[in-house]
Design a protein around this ligand. Structure first.
Ligand code: FAD
Length: 317
C-alpha cells in the first residue's frame, strides 16, 4: 500500500516522522539511533530530507579565500533504502528541483524505482543560502509542479529521451508541501493554495504541511484548501521547540509565527532542559486536538533527535 493509500484509508491518526541525513562523514548509526526509540509507536512511514549543495568560503594558509561547493548532508537515497531494508517500514525520500537538471532527476528516480521505493515527496527545495534566492539549474525545474510533471510522465513510461523504446513505467506515489501560514514567497495564502491545487491536479496525492504552533493555522488552511477543491489528505507537521534560540530561529527559517503563550513560557525557562519540557507539553496539546479532529497522520520533524518525539508520542498514541 502506498503512503497516500494509507492516509486515505486509515481510521485512526497515524504516526510518521522526518529525518535528516547525517552530516557528511558521520555514521548511518546516527539515523538508526534516532529511529529506534520511535519504533514502539509503529511509524506508518519515515521521510528522509534532501539537501542541496551549498557554497562555503574557506580561508587558506596563504590568507586567500577559496570558494567551495559542498553537499553537507548527502545520502538521501541510500539512507532511504537502508531504512526500508532494515526496518521494513515505508520510506519517503524527498526529491528537490534545487541543484538538479532534468537528466539528473531522471537518474535519481530510476535509482529509486530499481530500489522499489515508490513514495516520494516532491519539492522545489530551499533557496541558495549564499544568495537567499532560488535559481533553477540550466535545464532544471523552477517549481515543484514541474518536477511532479516529470515524475508523472515516468509513471506513464515517458522518459526524457524520445528515442527510447519499451520504457518501463514507474509507480511513484507523490506527496507535496503545503504552508498553513503561506509560503514565504507567496503574495498571500489564497494564491499559494491556488498553486497547491495545481500540484494536486497534476497528480500529487497528499499534502504535508510546514510546521505550525497554533492549530488554528492548520484548521484554517484545511478549510481554505477544501473550499478551493483540494480533497486529498493534508497531514499536519509538528515540531517541538527544544532550545531557547528556536524562538528566533524557527520564525526566521520557516516564516512562521509562534503564539505569545508559548513564547512567554519559553522565556521563563532558565535552561534548555526546561525549554524542552515546555516544547513537549505544547506539542502534546497540539497533537491531542489534532487527533480529536481526526487528522490522518501527524508528521513529526525530528531534526535529528527523537527523545522529545518519543515523549510526545507516548502521551498521544
Ligand atoms: P513550490 O510548490 O514550487 O512553491 C514555491 C513558491 O512558488 C510558492 O510561493 C508558490 O506559491 C509559488 N508557485 C508554485 N508554483 C508556481 C508557478 N507555477 N508560478 C509561480 N509561482 C508558483 N527543502 C529542501 O531543500 N529539502 C527538503 O527535504 C525539504 N523538505 C520539506 C518538507 C516539507 C513538508 C516542507 C513543507 C518543506 C520542505 N522543504 C525542503 C522546503 C521547501 O523546499 C521550500 O519551502 C521551498 O521554498 C518551496 O518548496 P515547494 O515544493 O513548496 O515549492
Amino acid at each position: 500500500m502506498t503512503v497516500a493509500e494509507k492516509l486515505r484509508k486509515t481510521k485512526k491518526t497515524l504516526f510518521s516522522f522526518e529525518l535528516l541525513p547525517p552530516l557528511k562523514g558521520d555514521h548511518i548509526q546516527a539515523i538508526y539511533d534516532t529511529i529506534d526509540p520511535l519504533l514502539e509507536f509503529e511509524p506508518a512511514y519515515i521521510n528522509v530530507t534532501y539537501h542541496r549543495e551549498e557554497v562555503v568560503y574557506k580561508e587558506l594558509k596563504n590568507g586567500l579565500i577559496e570558494k567551495r561547493t559542498i553537499r553537507k548532508r548527502p545520502g538521501t537515497v541510500g539512507i532511504s533504502a537502508a531504512i526500508m531494508y532494515k526496518y521494513k517500514i515505508d520510506v519517503v525520500p524527498h526529491i528537490i528541483c534545487a541543484g538538479f537538471d532534468k537528466e539528473e532527476t531522471e537518474n535519481a528516480l530510476i535509482d529509486l524505482h530499481f530500489l522499489e521505493i515508490d513514495n516520494i515527496l516532491a519539492l522545489r527545495g530551499d533557496p541558495d543560502k549564499s544568495t537567499g534566492k532560488f535559481m533553477p539549474e540550466p535545464n532544471g525545474h523552477s517549481y515543484a509542479i514541474d518536477l511532479l510533471k516529470q515524475i508523472m510522465n515516468m509513471n506513464k513510461g515517458i522518459y526524457l529521451d524520445e528515442d527510447l523504446k519499451n520504457n518501463t513505467p514507474t509507480h511513484f506515489s507523490v506527496g507535496v508541501a503545503g504552508y498553513p501560514e503561506k509560503h514565504p514567497e507567496a503574495p498571500n495564502l489564497e494564491t499559494d493554495i491556488m498553486f497547491l491545487k495545481k500540484k494536486i491536479d497534476e497528480g500529487a496525492e497528499y499534502v504535508v504541511t510546514q510546521m505550525f504552533f497554533d492549530n488554528n493555522h492548520y484548521f484554517n488552511f484545511v478549510d481554505k484548501c477544501r473550499a478551493a477543491g483540494i480533497t486529498v489528505p493534508i497531514v499536519p507537521g509538528i515540531k517541538p521547540i527544544s532550545i531557547k534560540s528556536h524562538l528566533t530561529q524557527l520564525p526566521k527559517t520557516f516564516s512562521i509565527d509562534l503564539p505569545q503563550d508559548l513564547v512567554k513560557e519559553v522565556m521563563k525557562c532558565e535552561t534548555n532542559q526546561e525549554v524542552k519540557k515546555v516544547g513537549i507539553e505544547w506539542a502534546i496539546n497540539q497533537c491531542r486536538e489534532l487527533i480529536k479532529k481526526g487528522v490522518p497522520s501527524i508528521h513529526f520533524y525530528t531534526m535529528g533527535r527523537s527523545d522529545n518525539i518519543a515523549e510526545i508520542a507516548k502521551n498521544v498514541y
